[in-house]
Design a protein around this ligand. Sequence first.
Ligand SMILES: [Zn+2]
Length: 257
Amino acid sequence: MRIDLASTPGHQERPNEDWVSAAAPASGGGVLVVLDGVTPPRGDDGCVHGVPWFVARLGGRLTELSGSRRDMPLDQVLTESVRATADAHRDTCDLSHVRTPQATVVVVRWDGRYVEHLVLSDSVLLLQAPDGEVTAVLDDRLDRIPREVLGSVAATDALRNAEGGFFTAAADPAVAARALTGRTPRERVRAVAALTDGASRWTDTFGQGDWADCLAVLRKEGAQGLIDRVRAVECDPARPSARHKRHDDASAVYAEL
Ligand SMILES: [Zn+2]
């Protein structure tokens, strides 16, 4: 087993709001957790702690529970982790605020029999079969909303964790039912990767290669190699102006099982 991970902030003067962790429990198998904290527009989120505090709490709990409680399905792991994180600041913060700290989630867990996954919001999970074929698991609910509908903070807030909109892990444990989950027989998976959108843009925004090419970069050049390639494209003066901010927190983890 080989696991390689990297995380780079989008801006030197702002904290990285991504979380990446990997665990190889003594019982065997492994766990990967990737979160992308949502930066609150105008900085107003009703929380005295901030997004880095939130992703560290949630990421830590997800890693601990998915590694230690193999009997607990991943959607239940997410339910319990969101609840524990909300409980940690329920008395000090307004958890009913629409922009209460929130994050995208990818969790992958494997043992000798299965590779389980959970994906919520727009971080990317890639599964590679022994023959090299790559399957991307994408929660594209945010991408299906026309850009013009998301033209203002108020319009985006109206769709945030709302029916017909898009879902992130915030303060309501019930969101776990919205996550994409599944499991694949272990012998049908050679490698897995999880990327926040700051790293997946190498494929889905900049079109530098398809998902199989992206996985090939991760294998040959490592997680930092992929992020370095993203930064090179972002800094290319010939690049047409993209709809995304110039740099975003970028995180990637790659595991050969
Ligand atoms: Zn708080």
